[in-house]
Design a protein around this ligand. Structure first.
Ligand code: ATP
Length: 306
């Protein structure tokens, strides 16, 4: 019987992930590949979200004990505000979002939502409270309506359409051969990175979580698509507690706070203008990106003149 218990437990865990509408399928595959060591405490209670305030208190974490990734990170996202996390590749930005979802437990320190330690609440209730727009969304081989409804399985067709419109993908869907019934995914119509991201945004709009994590794509999108996605993201994050893992600094100039992570520690923090005035790491990242985009622009104009 014991031999049976473990696999059954594991299947139960997968089932819960699916049922809870975990909006990031990729993360689910992560879970399948990496056996998780995170379990509900016997006395776990459901998370009660009152305003959606998130707090990291001196969080330390390592995937491998030999190699610390977060070395004492503290910050607060007041209810409804937006905090952006930036920093060099490998600094630990995505790790912060994985810890908030409790894919791993912290080594020390605390992560709190509305004052409740996330390790003390049920994982189901925790994940129901957080929406994620990942860098790269994997779609099911099913209709586009199904893929959007995944955010909230009991949503009415009209709600699915509204979410798609808000996510700036409604008009695109209506032009597809079978509209909302068009099969997408690997075996269906393949969508571009920007289209897939808008499907993820539509899902999140349906889920309407109080807390949101936006993991911005590293890959450059054309400026028109980027503007469309940005306006969809602005809309979905309005009034929600939002953490943006940002790669393009131009998208976070209006964030309530920007946290610059370097080697697992907060190197700088503040609003855009103040950080520029500091002339530190953020300012040099900003200048580098500006030069790169100006060079791109010159190249584009030169091509158009040819
Ligand atoms: P990027 O901007 O490139 O996405 P990031 O700042 O988001 O980087 P993380 O994904 O948080 O970086 O990773 C931080 C460090 O942790 C990296 O050095 C990475 O190699 C390591 N790491 C990430 N995931 C794992 C894992 N599952 N097991 C072991 N090490 C990992």
């Amino acid at each position: 019987l014991m031999q049976l218990a473990q696999p059954l437990n594991f299947i139960g865990m997968i089932y819960r992930e699916i049922r809870q509408g975990l909006t990031d399928i990729e993360k689910m595959f992560d879970l399948l590949a990496v056996r998780r060591e995170v379990f509900d405490r016997p006395d776990a209670v459901p998370l009660e979200v009152t305003s959606g305030r998130v707090e990291f208190r001196d969080v330390r974490f390592a995937y491998d004990p030999e190699r610390p990734i977060l070395k004492g990170v503290s910050f607060e996202v007041p209810a409804g505000k937006t905090v952006a996390i930036v920093g060099p590749s490998g600094a630990g930005k995505s790790t912060i979002s994985r810890l908030l979802f409790r894919f791993y437990d912290v080594q020390s320190g605390n992560i709190l939502i509305d004052g409740q330690e996330i390790g003390a609440v049920t994982q189901d209730s925790l994940r129901a409270a957080i929406g994620m727009v990942p860098q790269d969304t994997v779609l099911f081989n099913d209709t586009i309506a199904y893929n959007i409804r995944y955010g909230r399985v009991d949503a009415a067709p009209e709600e699915v359409r509204q979410a798609a419109d808000l996510a700036q993908i409604g008009a695109f869907i209506q032009r597809l051969p079978d509209g909302y019934d068009t099969t997408v995914g690997e075996r269906g119509l393949k969508l571009s990175g920007g289209e897939k991201q808008r499907v993820a945004i539509a899902r999140t709009i349906l889920k309407a979580p109080p807390i949101l994590i936006l993991d911005e794509a590293t890959s450059a999108l054309d400026s028109h698509t980027e503007r469309e996605i940005q306006s969809a993201l602005d809309l979905v994050s309005k009034g929600r507690t939002t953490i943006v893992i940002a790669h393009r600094l131009s998208t976070i100039v209006s964030a309530d706070e920007i946290i610059v992570l370097k080697d697992g520690q907060i190197a700088e923090r503040g609003r855009h203008a103040a950080l520029l005035a500091e002339r530190g790491l953020y300012a040099s990242m900003w200048n580098r990106q500006r030069e790169a985009s100006e060079a791109e622009e010159r190249l584009r104009i030169a091509r158009e003149e040819d």
